[in-house]
Ligand binder design. Structure first.
Ligand code: ATP
Ligand code: MG
Length: 373
């Protein structure tokens, strides 16, 4: 994938930016608080439809623009020789997205059109944070490469909400167990597909991540990503039919508990995975630098994974990659950037990049403006 150009109007401290990018390494540098992450954030809005760090559009609207009408983000992306034009515009009351002039009915329809992998310092939460963040990572990665996955995920969420409403509001009904049966069937069907896709993807990501990790890690360390489903699924590899039967059984078994809690306690919405370093949980035993390297390894693995799945390299966004890494790791890392991908790298210190790599294009960002160098 090749992001040729963007135009950004009224996004946080960016009043107006028009930038043309190179197919290889694009470096964005400047002091703190100038708009480097804002630029990445704006572009990444076109990947998922939402900001990776704001809870609502309200935060993205510029504070000080008096004649503000709307925020606009445009981009041209080439994929296998086909050029697509993306447009997103929003203000405090409306949001509009189109591709090649055709409006999209839902934000979800954006997913998979621009394949991208994002690393920011906040991604350390993938290790340290709650399981929801890890499920979100899986869902974003897999929805990008499989329409079926996105479809099953949406279906699962819908049925889950309906089942939970029954559990909460109709718990005194005598035949509730029977009423839940068709919901359980649907949950088991979609849920098994989601779980199997996650299990397979994690196995692949684990191997790719470890390979990368071995190259950047100074010591003899072994990285594994281990899937932790909400109920016992037996030895891998598991078959879809067996998973479906297993989930159905687990749902039936948890009926009493679900009734007490008014919620469904088993299924992919309760999945998790862990990072293991030499078989120990990196969340508990990894140093800050090790945790960072684990997440990076997983992100670089994601690049390969997406490449293998869709046959095209995703765009890689690396925000503030260099901070907190010692010099040796920094060098090893830069030397091992996935090759052939279009990469956007932000830094406060251009010299750190120039010492190790030859960027194709460099932009200096200052007070919300970008200057090609
Ligand atoms: P660092 O090197 O510290 O990561 P950065 O260049 O990535 O810095 P950004 O996060 O892109 O910095 O930009 C932050 C700036 O944007 C802050 O100075 C902040 O005041 C400003 N900002 C954030 N939201 C808005 C907004 N809604 N309107 C105007 N300015 C905003
Ligand atoms: Mg930043």
């Amino acid at each position: 994938m090749f992001l040729e150009d963007v135009q950004i109007l009224n996004f946080r401290n960016i009043r107006e930016m028009r930038l043309e990018f190179a197919p290889g390494l694009n470096v964005i540098y400047g002091p703190n608080a100038q708009g480097k992450t804002n630029l990445i954030e704006a572009i990444y809005m076109l990947v998922t439809g939402r900001s990776f760090r704001a809870r609502s559009e309200r935060e993205l609207v510029p504070w000080l623009v008096e004649d503000y009408e709307a925020t606009v983000i445009r981009a041209t992306v080439t994929r296998e020789g086909v050029r697509d034009r993306f447009l997103m515009s929003f203000n405090l009351t409306q949001k509009y997205v189109s591709v090649n002039g055709e409006p999209l009915r839902r934000l979800g329809e954006l997913l998979g059109r621009i394949n991208a992998v994002l690393f920011t310092p906040a991604e350390l939460n993938l290790i340290r944070g709650i399981p929801q963040g890890r499920r979100r990572f899986m869902d974003l990665c897999l929805s990008q490469v499989s329409h079926r996955y996105l479809h099953e995920l949406q279906r699962f969420d819908r049925v889950l909400r309906q089942r939970n409403v029954l559990l909460k509001q109709h718990r005194e009904r005598r035949d509730l167990a029977n009423e839940l049966a068709p919901y359980n069937l649907q949950l088991a069907e979609s849920g098994a597909f989601i779980m199997l896709t996650r299990a397979n993807a994690l196995a692949a990501l684990s191997e790719l991540a470890n390979r990368f990790f071995a190259r950047v890690s100074a010591r003899d360390e072994f990285l594994q990503l281990k899937y932790l489903p909400s109920f016992e699924i037996g030895e891998e590899p598991v078959a879809l039919a067996a998973l479906e039967a297993g989930l159905l059984e687990a749902l039936a078994k948890s009926f009493r508990e679900d009734l007490l809690r008014g919620a469904t306690s088993v299924g992919p919405h309760r999945d998790d995975f862990v990072f293991l370093l030499n078989e120990r949980d990196a969340k508990l035993f990894g140093s800050q630098g090790q945790q960072r390297a684990c997440v990076l390894a997983m992100k670089f693995a994601e690049v390969e994974y997406i490449h293998n799945q869709v046959g095209e390299l995703p765009i890689l966004f690396l925000d503030d990659l260099m901070s907190e890494l010692d010099e040796e790791r920094r060098r090893a890392l830069l030397a091992n950037l996935p090759s052939g991908t279009q990469c956007f790298l932000t830094t406060t210190d251009l010299k750190l990049v120039n010492d190790a790599l030859k960027p194709e294009r460099v932009f200096r960002v200052q007070e919300g403006r970008a200057y090609p160098q």
